[in-house]
Design a protein around this ligand. Structure first.
Ligand SMILES: Nc1ncnc2c1ncn2[C@@H]1O[C@H](COP(=O)(O)OP(=O)(O)O)[C@@H](O)[C@H]1O
Ligand SMILES: [Mg+2]
Length: 350
């Protein structure tokens, strides 16, 4: 016999039937062995009473002591789910224990995923804080060193006093750059960022950025040029100031980490139906294959010492990626050792 355990009513009914059947069999046996006129009626009546009574008793105890408890557990979970999902249609009524079990299991699964996510976030926060303090420590200690030297008599020494003040200023600028990048990244990651999408001429914007970085490029023997004869405006849909940040960082990286003797930075635009593909290519040493997939991570640097010395926060490419993705576009990097690196991203045409 297949006993249905999923519902207390069915279970009670099953049990009552079993007991009644047992009573009937015993009763029949007894009447058979010791026949009496009223025997069969007694058995039938007793069986009926026994069935009704045991059915009621089982149902009552099961519902009262077991099912009620499960319901309490279910309700607690359900209420939490409802308050979260805003799903008020569901109720416990008429549900089998299987369904309840399934829902509780699902609930457990969701909860453990949530816990995992929270743990991941906590780890991220810990690492982020560690990275931030590490980044800020270097310029702060530098400033402390310069100031102490100046206080220790350096102020009167014309061979170092101005130099140390200039170095102090450089370290302060570095701190400002780090803090600004931190502000940008936290804005981008808390999705507070509201893009101000407008029809923008990326050609004109790139020219502005090239002019802005011209002096720095010249100092480093880097030549920034276009990869084609672009004359007509190239219109895209973008947040102009955010896109400026993207271009500045990519071109600035090419100047800082590209070829230091005879550097070049080529900027090209390609028409791709709905999008414009923008490429920034340098002729530097390139990036190791092992570093390539990690290059967009926050604080990730291929050459730690050199990058810090160049004044970078290591956040630039993470910011770039966020901005491009906020535009629903993508960015890729390819690099060949000894030949150079190309960063390529798309922007929607306007
Ligand atoms: N064009 C490039 N050529 C070689 N390495 C690069 C280039 N661009 C970026 N990198 C590497 O990627 C790292 C991350 O870049 P980025 O996030 O812009 O940080 P930052 O410029 O603040 O150092 C850099 O520190 C550098 O090691
Ligand atoms: Mg950078």
């Amino acid at each position: 016999m297949n006993i249905d355990f999923s519902n207390p009513r069915k279970l009670a009914l099953n049990n009552a039937l079993l007991i009644t059947a047992l009573f009937l069999v015993l009763g029949m046996l007894h009447t058979f062995l010791f026949p009496a006129a009223s025997g069969w009626w007694l058995i039938a009546g007793g069986g009926l009473v026994l069935f009704v009574f045991t059915n009621f008793l089982f149902r009552y105890t099961l519902e009262k002591f077991i099912y009620e408890k499960i319901r309490l557990i279910y309700k607690t979970i359900r209420n939490r789910k409802i308050s979260k999902d805003n799903d008020k249609t569901s109720s416990y009524k008429g549900k089998t224990i299987e369904t309840v079990y399934q829902e509780v299991a699902e609930w457990g699964e969701t909860k453990s995923k949530e816990v995992e996510e929270l743990k991941r976030m906590a780890k991220y926060r810990r690492e982020f804080l560690g990275n931030v303090s590490h980044e800020l420590k270097t310029p702060i200690f530098n400033i402390q060193g310069y100031v102490l030297t100046l206080l220790d008599g350096g102020l009167e020494d014309p061979s170092i006093n101005k130099e140390y003040l200039l170095r102090t200023e450089k370290s302060i600028n570095r701190m400002i750059a780090i803090v600004e990048d931190l502000e940008t990244i936290s804005q981008l990651e808390s999705s507070e960022l509201q893009l101000n999408l407008k029809k923008t001429d990326i050609l004109a914007l790139t020219r502005e950025v090239m002019e802005f970085l011209e002096i720095k490029a010249r100092k480093r023997n880097n030549n920034i040029y276009f990869g084609g004869n672009y004359e007509k405006p190239v219109y895209i849909l973008a947040d102009k100031e955010r896109l400026r940040q993207v271009l500045i960082n990519l071109i600035d990286n090419s100047i800082k980490y590209g070829n230091q003797e005879n550097g070049s930075t080529k900027i090209s635009f390609f028409d791709m139906d709905e999008n414009i593909l923008v490429e920034v290519t340098d002729n530097g040493n390139g990036i190791n294959e092992a570093d390539l997939p990690r290059i967009f991570e926050r604080f990730y640097r291929t050459d730690k010492g050199r990058s810090r010395e160049q004044g970078g926060s290591g956040l630039g490419l993470a910011i770039v990626k966020h901005i491009i993705e906020a535009h629903d576009q993508t960015i890729h990097v390819r690099s060949t050792q000894g030949v150079g690196t190309t960063f390529a991203f798309t922007m929607k045409k306007a």
